[in-house]
Design a protein around this ligand. Structure first.
Ligand SMILES: NC(=O)c1ccc[n+]([C@@H]2O[C@H](COP(=O)([O-])OP(=O)(O)OC[C@H]3O[C@@H](n4cnc5c(N)ncnc54)[C@H](OP(=O)(O)O)[C@@H]3O)[C@@H](O)[C@H]2O)c1
Length: 238
C-alpha cells in the first residue's frame, strides 16, 4: 500500500482503472496527481478524489504536452501509466491511421512520459505500465491493442535496466468486470466476455479491486522488478 504522503502520478487517471487506483491511493493518504487529455476534465476528476488531488492535462501523442506535465510537479514516488485510446481494428479491414494513433500513445507516449519523469523520481521510486491480455490472447478487433500491449512489455523490460534503481513493472489485466470497456459493450461482446468468465477456473473475472491490489504489490515490494504481473483470474491456463 502507498505510504501516507507519497506522491503517485497516474497518467490516464480520469476514469476506469487509473481513476480507481488513484482513489485507492488518495484514501490511504497518498498525494495523487491524475492526468487525461483535457486539463479541465482531469481537474474535475481530481476533485472527486479529495481536496489535495491534482488533475493535469497530458496528451500522450504530443511531446510538448508530456514534457509540460512535469513542470512544477513535486517529486514522484510512483508513476503509473494506465492510459489507452482504444482502437478496434482487424488486419482484414485495417485502418493504419487509427492504429498508429493508439500505438503512438501507448508505446512512444509511455516511453516519453517516463523519459521526462526521470529527474523527478525519488530514491524509492517505481513505475508501473499497463499492458493487457490481448497481447497473448487476441480477440476480434484487438489487432492494434495486441501490438501495443506487447510493446509495453518490451518497454518495461528495457526501462527496468535503463533507469535503475527506479523499479519498473507491468500489469497485464485480463477482462476486468466492472470497467466500462467490459460492461458498456454491445450484445456480441457481452456474450464473448461471459463465455470468458465461464472458462476461468473459478468462473470469476478479475474486478478493479484485484487490479488495485496488484498495482500496489508492484509499487510496494522492492524485490519485484522487471516483472509482468498477469491478473486474469487464471483464464490463460484454460
Ligand atoms: N478494462 C479492462 O478490462 C482492461 C483489460 C486489459 C487491459 N486494460 C488496460 O488497463 C488500462 C486502463 O484501462 P481502462 O479500461 O480502465 O481505460 P479507460 O477507462 O478507457 O481510461 C483510459 C484513460 O486513458 C486516458 N487517455 C486516453 N487517450 C489518451 C491519450 N491519447 N493521451 C493521454 N491520455 C489518454 C483517458 O483520459 P481522457 O479520456 O480524460 O483523455 C482515461 O483516463 C489500459 O492501459 C488498458 O490497456 C484494461
Amino acid at each position: 500500500m502507498p505510504q501516507r504522503g507519497e506522491h503517485i502520478v497516474v497518467v490516464g487517471g480520469t476514469r476506469g482503472l487509473g481513476l480507481i487506483i488513484a482513489r485507492a491511493g488518495a484514501e490511504l493518504g497518498a498525494r495523487v496527481t491524475i492526468t487525461g487529455r483535457d486539463a479541465a476534465t482531469a481537474e474535475a476528476a481530481a476533485k472527486s478524489l479529495g481536496p489535495d488531488a491534482v488533475g493535469r492535462g497530458c496528451e500522450l501523442t504530443n511531446w510538448e504536452s508530456i514534457r509540460d506535465l512535469y513542470v512544477d510537479m513535486p517529486d514522484i514516488d510512483h508513476l503509473i501509466l494506465a492510459a489507452l485510446d482504444r482502437d478496434g481494428n482487424t488486419i482484414a479491414d485495417f485502418r493504419p491511421q487509427d492504429s498508429a494513433q493508439t500505438s503512438l500513445m501507448k508505446n512512444v507516449g509511455y516511453a516519453t512520459a517516463v523519459h521526462h519523469a526521470i529527474p523527478h523520481f525519488t530514491a524509492r521510486a517505481s513505475v508501473v505500465l499497463f499492458s493487457g491480455m490481448s497481447m497473448w490472447r487476441p480477440v476480434p478487433g484487438s489487432t492494434t491493442i495486441s501490438m501495443a500491449n506487447a510493446g509495453v512489455i518490451g518497454l518495461m523490460r528495457s526501462l527496468a535496466v535503463e533507469i535503475a534503481p527506479v523499479r519498473v513493472n507491468a500489469i497485464t489485466p485480463g477482462v476486468v468486470a466492472g470497467t466500462a470497456a467490459v460492461d458498456d459493450v454491445d450484445e456480441d461482446r457481452r456474450r464473448m466476455f461471459e463465455a470468458l468468465r465461464q472458462r476461468t477456473p473459478g468462473k470469476r473475472l478479475p474486478v478493479p479491486a484485484d487490479i488495485v491490489a496488484a498495482t500496489f504489490a508492484l509499487t510496494d515490494n522492492p524485490g519485484i522488478n522487471g516483472e509482468n504481473l498477469t491478473i486474469d483470474a487464471g483464464l490463460r491456463l484454460v
